[in-house]
Design a protein around this ligand. Structure first.
Ligand code: FAD
Length: 397
């Protein structure tokens, strides 16, 4: 297979360096003089704070979880169709971006569901898309019932990493409709704005964290493998709202690698987020009913005239949507370290600290990692390899 170094790493996380994790102080900023003679604003000085070391060893693994990203080359499905006497609004197929795009995508789906003045809506699915759709519909005045085979913590959404990743495996750049990039931007901006209103809450459903991406010679980039898909990258469309990362000067950080990029990124404590959305929905009068649908014709069982279909990867079987391709991802959980408030990306392993555990994820050396893989059983060897990669880094600090 032909490969090319296409992207200089992810929305992500980095590694450690030169001196020690006890921290170091650095002037990163530089001031410039504008040609008019006015002093241009100095770039803010960034001081690398003391970084508590990650405690990486296989004996701290508490669980290993796996889920499948529901990838559609055309992007998430948001069209409307009629099935029997029901109007069905689709809201599925968000790849690795389901939490990040949820509020924006569900705002569009809820708007379509309420066209025509419907006041009673069924939502199928209780993951990120189902919960946000249900809440938005309810807050717009509809009476809403969620029908789902699984709810938290059994949903695939519950097994997500929990980082702002709105264009992660969301579409194939060569297969989307011409209007999709603008639609994506609308979803991402709505979600981003909504998540800003959920900061500072108990349990930290949303927070910001420092991220360090460590570039380590030959391993510094993920490879774009020429294959069936060219994953779309739309991050540049959000440059005005999402903070940009910057390289740290050599010697200004504690990591033993040549180059380190620092950024800040939004993250989600998925456990608390799912709990909060469920509690809010129920507290505001919503109902959740356990129900499995085998075919679209089963929707006839519902009393509501309008249905929002948020079945995620489940739509492949239920709706016979073979345009959904699974992209497997595995998370290795280590015991929580509340003192760690930063994430890392090093040698294709990402680490994110959450209140409910340290999330360690092998993301692979190519962007086709996990593509087409349906295996949802945990792979202990993969988990231990990821942990060992980060342990080796800390051994050098
Ligand atoms: C390892 C990994 C890490 C990820 N990390 C991130 C991240 O950091 N940030 C991010 O934004 N995204 C992330 N994602 C992507 C995100 O998890 C998905 O896009 C998202 O979970 C999809 O949500 P959903 O609500 O569409 O589907 P699901 O969570 O799968 O929910 C589907 C719901 O529909 C129900 N259902 C399905 N079929 C039927 C049926 N036939 N009858 C009745 N009910 C049915 C299910 O029971 C469930 O309630 C990650 C994915 C993986 C695999």
């Amino acid at each position: 297979m032909r490969t090319s170094n296409r992207r200089a790493v992810l929305a992500g996380l980095g590694g450690l360096g030169a001196s020690s994790l006890a921290g170091c102080v650095t002037q990163v900023g530089a001031s410039g003089r504008a040609s008019s003679g006015l002093i241009a604003p100095a770039r803010p000085t960034f001081v690398v704070p003391p970084l508590a070391p990650l405690r990486m060893s296989a004996d701290r693994i508490t669980k290993i979880t796996v889920c499948l990203r529901p990838f559609r080359a055309a992007g998430p499905r948001l069209d409307v169709e009629t099935v029997g006497d029901k109007r069905v609004v689709h809201n599925y197929g968000h790849g690795g971006s389901g939490w990040s795009l949820s509020w924006g995508s569900s705002t569009i789906a809820a708007g379509k569901a309420l066209e025509g003045g419907t006041k009673e809506v069924a939502v199928i699915g209780c993951g990120a898309l189902g919960l946000t759709s249900a809440l938005l519909l309810q807050r717009a005045g509809a009476k809403v019932t969620i029908y789902a085979k699984e709810r938290t913590p059994q949903t695939r959404s519950f097994r997500a990493t929990g980082t702002w990743s709105p264009d992660s495996r969301v579409a194939d750049a060569d297969k989307v409709a011409p209007g999709f990039p603008a639609l994506w931007e609308e979803m991402a901006r709505t979600s981003y704005a909504t998540y800003q209103t959920l900061l500072g809450l108990p349990g930290e459903p949303v927070s910001w964290s420092d991220r360090y991406t460590l570039f380590d010679g030959a391993d510094e980039t993920r490879q774009h493998v020429e294959g069936p898909v060219r994953f779309a990258e739309y991050g540049d469309r959000l440059r005005d709202i999402v903070p940009s990362p910057h390289d740290l000067p050599a010697g200004s950080h504690p990591f033993p690698v040549g180059r380190v990029r620092h950024g800040i990124s939004m993250q989600f404590n998925v456990t608390e987020m799912a709990h909060m959305l469920t509690s809010d929905f129920l507290a505001e009068g919503g109902k959740i009913v356990t129900m499995t649908f085998d075919t679209p014709a089963d929707l006839a069982r519902l009393k509501e005239p309008v249905v929002v279909n948020c079945t995620g990867y489940g739509a492949r079987a239920l709706w016979k949507d073979e345009t959904i391709t699974p992209v497997r991802g595995q998370i290795t959980w280590l015991a929580p370290q509340p003192e760690v408030r930063y994430g890392l990306y090093y040698r294709h392993v990402s680490v994110l600290p959450r209140p409910d555990g340290i999330v360690v994820q092998q993301v692979g050396d190519s962007d086709m990692w996990g593509y087409g893989v349906t295996e949802e059983r945990p792979d202990r060897a993969e988990a231990e390899t990821a942990v060992a990669t980060i342990a080796a880094l800390y051994a050098k600090v």
